[in-house]
Design a protein around this ligand. Structure first.
Ligand code: MG
Length: 433
């Protein structure tokens, strides 16, 4: 059994925690040098503003509709994400951090009323952080994702699904015909792993709803489409094919996290672990031809052990957006250095690459000369990937004996960035009574 915990309009929700006046107002978060929308509040979605829409196209909405626009504040989002993930981890024994605001929780062995437990975690996240989220529960990851979609839609668009599923939707207690009704009411393109393009192809052959997809013969699905579609059909029928930490779709964030086999206290092994995670993440980044702008590093103790608890994260900007293992590892290690404290039994650590842009786009968008050696770096990375793919993982890897020095802050154009409320003493909000 799996749960998916997902923050609602996460970047906007983080901004609203510290600026309550933004509640109920259309809000858009901009990225890529304030170039386009990467997050929208429900009110902004209602105005018809699209994901990725260029800023100059929506600018007039400030005057006409009271639209509020802020620059992406990745230090804030990274820190809030880490807090949310550590609260979500309390839902079950294993966790896969899927993106900055989504994590899968493995629920095997969890007894009692799952929905009540999920509602308690949801309200804890809301009370302790101020971020609303939705939780979906299902017997496979695809069904948990679908349940989350139902929970979100039932809350946001009344009438789309029965109201009882709003905020937390537990499919595990439903009979097949009840689940089928929900699938019937869902466009096939909404299902995880299908998306708009494949959805279009499926509709052409009469597979219009998620229920149609679930009824497809798996062998036919494989023959006419792909192994991925076959797997999705099986997953919709409740047959788990995708385990935690095992996926291959392009992501908006790339994470590499791991629970340690046995708790780690010393700095040395952490340096090795973080170097490895950062290298792995950089490899995935290059595989999907993206560049990253920011690196998040976290370390934490286990919430299930009765020991002093420690959970810290930090988001560090790369000197410039890149997919270079050396730069990403050294930036991640400078982050580790900033958050490490001796004396704790650390159970988990990870690296997340965020603020991703297409590699081609990143270079054009900067309007800067490529620095010396940039080309050589790209060729070095190509050689690294080629050697490792031919001779096996880690044939060549970063030594990481030396800790990288703190990187220069990347001077992105971010004219409307909100303060680093949660990660910088000098920018902490002040409450007056
Ligand atoms: Mg979300």
């Amino acid at each position: 059994m799996f749960a998916l915990v997902d923050g609602n309009n996460f970047y906007v929700s983080c901004e609203r925690v510290f600026r309550p006046a933004l509640e109920g107002v259309p809000v858009v978060v901009l990225s890529n040098n304030d170039g386009c929308a990467i997050a929208r509040s429900n009110e902004a979605k209602a105005l018809g503003i699209q994901m990725g829409q260029p800023w100059h196209e929506i600018r007039h909405r400030e005057a006409s509709d009271g639209l509020v626009v802020v620059s992406a504040n990745f230090a804030l989002y990274g820190d809030m994400s880490d807090r949310m993930m550590s609260l979500a981890a309390g839902l079950g024994p294993s966790q896969e951090i899927y993106s900055i605001d989504e994590s899968f929780i493995g629920l095997d062995g969890v007894r009692g009323d799952l929905k009540a437990r999920a509602l308690a975690v949801r309200s804890r996240i809301l009370r302790w952080m101020g971020v609303p989220c939705c939780i979906g529960i299902g017997s496979t990851k695809t069904l948990a994702k679908f349940a989350n979609h139902v929970a979100k839609s039932a809350e946001r668009k009344p009438g789309s699904y029965p109201l009882q599923h709003a905020q937390v939707c537990d499919l595990s207690t439903l009979a097949w015909h009840q689940l089928e009704e929900l699938l019937e009411a869902t466009d096939v393109g909404e299902i995880w792993g299908i998306g708009p393009r494949l959805g279009k192809q499926l509709r052409k052959v009469g597979v219009a709803t998620a229920a149609d997809l679930a009824r497809l013969d798996p062998a036919t699905a494989r023959a006419r489409f792909s192994v991925v579609v076959e797997r999705t059909v099986r997953e919709l029928r409740g047959m788990a094919c995708i385990s935690l930490d095992d996926l291959s779709q392009p992501r908006q964030q790339i994470t590499c996290t791991r629970s340690f086999g046995r708790p780690v206290q010393a700095y040395g092994p952490l340096v090795e672990a973080i170097s490895e995670f950062a290298s792995r993440a950089a490899e995935k980044l290059r595989a999907q031809s993206s560049h990253a702008g920011h690196v998040l590093v976290f370390i934490r103790t286990s919430p299930f052990r009765k020991e002093p608890q420690y959970s810290r994260s930090v988001t560090v900007a790369l000197p410039r957006p890149c997919a270079d293992t050396l730069a990403i590892v050294s930036t991640a290690l400078s982050g580790l250095q900033a958050i490490y404290q001796p004396g704790y039994q650390l159970a988990k650590a990870g690296v997340m690459l965020m603020d991703l842009v297409a590699a081609s786009h990143a270079q054009l968008d900067l309007g800067l000369e490529a620095p010396d050696g940039h080309r050589d770096k790209a060729r070095l990375m190509q050689a690294l990937d080629a050697v490792n793919s031919r001779w096996g993982r880690d044939t060549i890897k970063v030594g990481s004996a030396k800790i990288g020095s703190a990187p220069r802050g990347w001077t992105m154009k971010q004219q409307r960035r909100t303060p680093a409320y949660t990660t910088d003493w000098s920018q902490m909000p002040i409450a007056r009574a």
